[in-house]
Ligand binder design. Structure first.
Ligand code: ARG
Length: 681
């Protein structure tokens, strides 16, 4: 069973348990009022049956949860994991939130189904898009099948009719229709959509309400000091930034951590080499220009010279005991590296708090003691190992020389993020190659009791970056591509693209530079984010700079064009607000209606993405929105001009509202992706 169907099965079972438990309480209340008689006997058998079913269901959930997960190292219980939009509490202002249509339909149909078929385990809610109507509910078939196996004579159509009859009064659904084979076609109310659009114009694109604010700790970027920050780190940086923005958009409290590789044995050789090369380094600034070259030199010595190796190890020991002179060397090396990273973050608009492995040095001692206290440590050949359940490779928490490892620092980071930072959700944006490591950490965290079912802890993994030759992304000479060089090439190519379109003739010098950066960095980010992160992805400037298809260039142009419509008509956002305050938005033309529905899909895309953290859904959605918009714009006049003079004859305000709503949703998407938009391009 794959992860998502397992998840929906668990969801379904949890809901069932909830309703069964409620039934039990009801039964108990009834029993209390009754005298021992026949009816009571009946109630008691009923009660026993229900208790038994609950027990079985709970056990099967337990079994499913204890199976090792294959792809993602999801450790949280189902309820912690699945986010749905919630009904607004009366204290919340309706205008502050948007509505996720699918989620609302889901809960309406869930109630309707539970009212009639709560005894059917298969009674899950399936809501999809529809070719005939606006949405569709496909639950009747499975329920009917289940009833049949119980010996009841029904057909799906009858089941569907019963569901429909139970839908409670709401302002979302205009009407429903049951098709022959039992699909329930759902038609949205125009009135509802007009109200939502009005909210969008008045308050901008809002997130749906999802309940309480959570503390999110997200680990991303996390390059290694003195080593090349490579495209893998770039992926982590881009994806992590976007996921952080998404959670922030929902109002969560997000702590963005850069888990720098700034500790460990490589520093021994770097500092030993520093001492030899710049013996005066503690007095005067050592001019390390090229840290990569410096790293290579010291590595060479380390591999070839036994004496040097010994000194390198001594330096590691001194570093871990905070010897002041050695710490000074370490800081110096970190500073050189940091400058390079910071330049990249600055250019790409990434914000992060640096909290490297070194931060956890003291906590690592404590963590080893924690595991020892719980008798979870096995000593083998002088190493201290932890064997987390369900994971093939043990964690090494202390090496034979007494030093700590990547495993130890990640356990310490886990503990810190759960207890000191009080994280509810911990995310690790790291390449899929490290999934066994992450599984080990999570499993150990559960074993020692740090991770509770209320936590959502996930390795947000991503595939490798390949070159156009489908091999590992390298320069022609086979070296790792320096990120700085990559960004510079992006800038050069973006400028060429803009010049090809003769943009330098219409944009001022300043505007051109803004456009160049927006296009270059936008393309790199969008190309990454628009691909399913779990798959490998081919880095190609050629492709990402195309102006057709689902690319940043296309989307940025589309956005600028849409934005310019009301500007050209001389209508500002204040005027649009005033218009919707006293007029209703026309959705009579089929193209207007189609566009409105596409705009209002935005909240459900957000909720979906918050659950699966697959950002490409947002890109797919934007592309579809731009396409539906073009269809609308091609057939619906927004501004009528005089053929001869080009003078504006009339403006359709209601349609400008649709243009503006499209633009405002697109702008929000760009913002979530970390892309800069332009008013002029
Ligand atoms: N520095 C590591 C690397 O370059 C990534 C660290 C990811 N974060 C973590 N908590 N392990 O591979």
């Amino acid at each position: 069973m794959d992860y998502s169907s397992l998840k929906s099965k668990l969801d379904q079972q949890n809901r069932l348990i909830e309703s069964l438990e409620k039934e039990l309480t009801d039964l108990d209340q009834q029993r209390d009022k009754l005298k021992p008689n026949e009816q009571l006997a009946k109630l008691l058998t009923e009660r026993e049956k229900l208790s038994f079913r609950i027990k079985i269901l709970k056990r099967s959930i337990q079994e499913e949860l204890s199976k090792p997960k294959s792809s993602s190292a999801m450790t949280s219980s189902n309820s912690a994991r699945k986010l749905t939009s919630k009904a607004l509490p009366p204290t919340e202002s309706k205008n502050k939130y948007s509505t996720s249509i699918t989620d609302t339909l889901y809960s309406l149909f869930d109630k309707a189904i539970q009212a009639e078929f709560s005894e059917i385990a298969e009674a899950s809610v399936v809501i999809t898009g529809s070719n005939v109507a606006d949405y569709q509910c496909n639950s009747a078939m499975a329920i009917c099948q289940a009833l049949k196996t119980k010996g009841q004579k029904v057909n799906p159509n009858q089941v569907a009719q019963k569901i429909v009859a139970n839908i409670e009064k709401n302002d979302l659904i205009e009407k429903t229709e049951v098709s022959g084979p039992g699909f329930i076609n759902i038609y949205l109310s125009k009135n509802f959509c007009q109200t939502e659009l009005k909210k969008l114009v008045m308050c901008g694109a809002q997130a749906p309400f999802i309940g309480e604010k959570k503390r999110i700790v997200i680990d991303f970027s996390s390059p290694n000091i003195a080593k090349e920050m490579h495209v893998g780190h770039l992926r982590s940086t881009i994806i992590g930034e976007s996921i952080s923005r998404l959670f922030e958009y929902f109002g969560h409290d997000v702590l963005r951590l850069n888990h720098l590789g700034d500790w460990g044995t490589q520093f021994g050789m770097l500092i030993a080499h520093l001492k030899d090369k710049f013996p005066n380094y503690s007095q005067e600034m050592a001019p390390i220009g090229d840290l990569q070259a410096f790293y290579k030199e010291s590595k060479k010595r380390f591999d070839e010279d036994e004496q040097f190796k010994k000194r390198a190890y001594e330096c590691v020991v001194k570093l871990q005991s905070y010897d002041p002179e050695i710490i000074m060397g370490w800081k110096l090396i970190c500073d050189v590296s940091r400058k390079e990273f910071e330049h990249i973050y600055e250019e790409l608009g990434i914000s992060l708090i640096e909290r490297g492995e070194s931060f956890y040095q003291n906590l690592m001692k404590e963590v080893v003691a924690d595991f020892e206290k719980e008798n979870l440590v096995t000593v083998e050949d002088g190493r201290k190992l932890v064997f987390p359940p369900g994971v093939s490779i043990p964690l090494t928490i202390v090496k034979s020389d007494g030093g700590y490892t990547y495993d130890t620092s990640d356990l310490a980071a886990l503990k810190n993020r759960l207890f000191a930072e009080k994280g509810d959700v911990l995310l690790y944006v790291i390449d899929a190659g490290q999934s066994v490591h992450m599984q080990g950490i999570f499993s150990a965290g559960k074993q020692i009791g740090w991770i509770k079912p209320c936590h959502r802890i996930e390795h947000v993994e991503f595939g490798v970056v390949l070159g156009e030759d489908k091999k590992k992304f390298k320069t022609r000479s086979g070296d790792t591509v320096r990120l700085k060089d990559l960004l510079d090439e992006g800038l050069t190519r973006a400028l060429a693209k803009l010049k090809e379109k003769e943009r330098e003739k219409v944009l001022s010098g300043e505007e051109l530079v803004a456009a160049q950066k927006a296009v270059a960095y936008g393309c790199i980010k969008y190309a990454d984010l628009s691909h399913n992160r779990t798959k490998e992805y081919i880095f190609s400037f050629e492709k990402m700079l195309e102006d057709k298809g689902n690319t940043a260039v296309y989307m940025l142009y589309a956005y600028t064009r849409i934005r310019s419509i009301s500007r050209n008509a001389g209508v500002g956002s204040q005027q649009l607000k005033e218009y919707v305050a006293s007029n209703s938005i026309s959705l009579d033309d089929p193209k207007e209606w189609k566009l409105a529905k596409q705009i209002l899909k935005f909240p459900e895309i957000l909720i979906k993405t918050l659950n699966d953290l697959l950002i490409h859904s947002i890109c797919d959605y934007m592309y579809e929105l731009a396409t539906v918009f073009t269809e609308f714009y091609d057939s619906c006049y927004c501004i009528e001009k005089d053929r001869q003079t080009g003078e504006i004859k009339s403006v359709n305000m209601s349609r400008l509202v649709l243009c503006d709503s499209t633009a405002s949703v697109l702008a929000t998407c760009f913002n979530l992706l970390g892309l800069k938009t332009l008013e002029k391009m």
